[in-house]
Design a protein around this ligand. Sequence first.
Ligand code: HEM
Length: 151
Amino acid sequence: MITEQQKALVRSTFDMVEPIADTAAEIFYNKLFEYDPALQALFKSNMKDQGRKLMAALKLAVASLDDLDALVPVLQRMAVKHVEYGVKVDDYTPVGNALLFALKTGLAEAYTDEVKEAWTETYRVVATVMRQAAYDDYDPDTYHNTRHYNH
Ligand code: HEM
């Protein structure tokens, strides 16, 4: 459940990192591949284009937080495509943590506990929808990822 205040925080902080989107995307991928070097092999296209696609998808998700009914089918289709890219259910965890790290770096002192909470909850909702659409045996109530990351 994403509160109205959290949505506002996600939107305003996304607007702050958008002007440095290429840098934020680079920080994100560097951290992701530090967390899990094996993930690098899944990415076949140019990382700059990939970074732009990621930021565009995030922008859409952030803009659609008030209309989850419209966003859900988009996320579901995207999740199924991700299975074809070789993405596993556990991979959403390092991706979420690398995203938080990129936000923390890009926002600096604007990355407050409330901002971290707001993005954590937003990513949790998005990742839950995607995992549910893509992995038959995924159950959000019992799912537990044994890998831990620090951001
Ligand atoms: C909030 C979650 C995510 C969003 C918004 C997102 C967004 C995107 C977008 C927009 C694309 C471009 C192609 C397409 O539309 O399918 C893409 C491709 C891709 N994503 Fe994601 N993604 C997410 C999660 C993940 C996760 C957890 C992984 C795991 C490592 C991942 C790995 C990839 C790979 C390997 C590709 C294809 C790259 C290529 O063509 O070389 N993504 N993603």
